[in-house]
Ligand binder design. Sequence first.
Ligand code: IMP
Ligand code: MG
Length: 215
Amino acid sequence: MASYLQIHDDEKGYDLDLFCVPRHYEKDLDKVIIPNGLIMDRTERLARDIIGDMGSHHIVALCVLKGGYKFFADLLDYIKALNQNSDKSVPLTVDFIRVKSYCNDKSTNDVKVIGGDELSNLSGKNVLIVEDIVETGRTMQTLLSLLSKCNPKMVKVVSLLVKRTPRSSGYRPDYIGFEVPDAFLVGYALDYNEYFRDLSHICKLKEEAKEKYKV
Ligand code: IMP
Ligand code: MG
């Protein structure tokens, strides 16, 4: 089973004024839950674990947009560093897919995949799906079933975060950065109705902010 860094339910987090947070979000956030530096350190180790397991064949890294883009970019930088500094290396190519399942702070049953046409290119490849957060697991299960129709050689999933929630379907990714409490988190490309992607740290959203940015 995948190991991960656990953020406990009673984790107090860090005061916002100890870190650099954009002024326009200061009133919307409760606490910093995972500072950017810790995300980077954990991502470096995930890169090593992934290359250790998958690093014998060409890897296609599939970024799940939009929430996955920061984690994807940073994870690939670490994989690249491993590739260029060791005797063993594997070619790495990238692909992008867009998935939308959320309205306000609720996961909906309706998982939309955009850009599915290119999925057929994944036939016979080792695919690494890179996701920001798994909550119910429905998005990933939908994506995995779509992908299996394209006959990839191997599929692994890495998610920066997994939420501890009774709404989980039981699905667990192959690699997990952090397991987090059942709260709505933003920052490091995780959004609330498109806001907060421009925030470096993963933070807990205040209840008032959910109202303020509601669509
Ligand atoms: P699932 O299908 O319920 O597993 O939800 C997965 C998707 O919902 C993720 O890829 C995110 O885009 C979004 N999501 C779930 N929880 C959060 C959160 O706390 N903050 C931001 N987005 C979230
Ligand atoms: Mg996502």
